[in-house]
Ligand binder design. Structure first.
Ligand SMILES: C[S@@+](CC[C@H](N)C(=O)[O-])C[C@H]1O[C@@H](n2cnc3c(N)ncnc32)[C@H](O)[C@@H]1O
Length: 271
């Protein structure tokens, strides 16, 4: 892997520029500008295994837009976006602004670059904020000044977990963390998840993917559709359930693609 001779000004505090991070990998795949050679090399290797990966990342962003639009149509004005990533285009607060929704948004990510770029983007957006916290620490998220100071947990909240949980290992017990968040939000709140599934992969591809994942700062694993569905325990899945993200309430005018087998998602409402 290439060594980084000097760090750009956005490479704050404890970054190791020689270890790939999912935030920067995803930024690269989406055509952003905050990544190192190690992230590009990792992504290019993944793309050789999975030529549809760039289209899949865009399909996930389109899923995010449809999910936020759905939540806004339910009257939800509070959004907790965990694993929000390095901002590119179509961030949650921008989707809501385009919809004309008067909302509150808090972005959570444990990646330092994601956090610093989010904070810069939001400097002039008083109704949205970003804080560096870890999904595995729900108390830290809920107790942060940004969340406690701007979200009212007596009113519905949309908790967005898009493309984060496949880089969260089982040791962090995602189901228990989601249960903790679920217990804190009132009826009418929404949980949205998108996730790599292991179902489109051969055993060899899967073991190669897991090997690559262990090289990153954010090792995790794809999960089966059944495992992903159980993460919605305590929520009622809305139609069409847990499906490929490209097929979740897609506008026929968008021309839904059928080729992104490996990235699935859904939305549940707390009864
Ligand atoms: C692939 S990006 C997804 C960005 C955005 N949610 C989307 O779907 O377009 C995954 C993000 O999750 C973040 N992440 C991974 N593990 C995390 C954790 N334990 N706590 C908080 N964020 C995490 C990464 O830093 C990265 O920015």
């Amino acid at each position: 892997m290439s060594q980084v001779p000097f760090l750009p000004e956005w490479a704050v505090d404890d970054i190791d520029p020689n270890v790939a991070s999912m935030a920067r990998i995803y930024d690269y795949l989406l055509g952003g500008s905050h990544h190192f050679a190690v992230d590009r090399e990792w992504s290019d290797e993944l793309e050789r295994m999975w030529p549809g990966i760039r289209e899949a990342t865009w399909a996930n962003r389109a899923f995010l837009r449809r999910v936020v639009t759905f939540c806004a149509e339910q009257g939800i004005t509070q959004y907790l976006d965990i694993g929000s990533g390095i901002p590119t285009v179509g961030n949650v607060h921008e989707i809501l602004a385009n919809l004309g929704v008067d909302a509150r948004v808090v972005y959570i990510d444990n990646d330092p670059v994601a956090n610093v770029i989010s904070q810069r983007l939001l400097a002039d957006v008083p109704w949205a904020s970003a804080v560096r916290k870890d999904f595995a620490d729900p108390e830290g998220i809920l107790g942060s000044d940004e969340v406690a100071g701007s979200l009212d947990f007596d009113k519905p909240v949309a908790v967005l977990l898009l493309s984060i949980l496949h880089v969260v290992g089982d040791d962090a017990n995602p189901a228990a963390v989601i249960a903790r968040l679920r217990d804190r939000i009132p009826a009418g709140s929404v949980l949205a998840i998108s996730h790599f599934t292991n179902e489109g992969w051969t055993a060899d591809q899967l073991s190669e993917l897991l090997r690559m994942s262990r090289e990153t700062a954010t090792p995790g694993r794809p999960r089966s559709a059944a495992e992903i569905a159980t993460l919605f325990d305590g929520f009622e899945l809305v139609e069409p359930g847990v499906v490929r993200v490209s097929q979740w309430r897609t506008d026929p005018a968008e021309g839904a693609e059928d080729s992104w087998l490996d990235w699935i998602g859904g939305v549940g409402i707390k009864p």
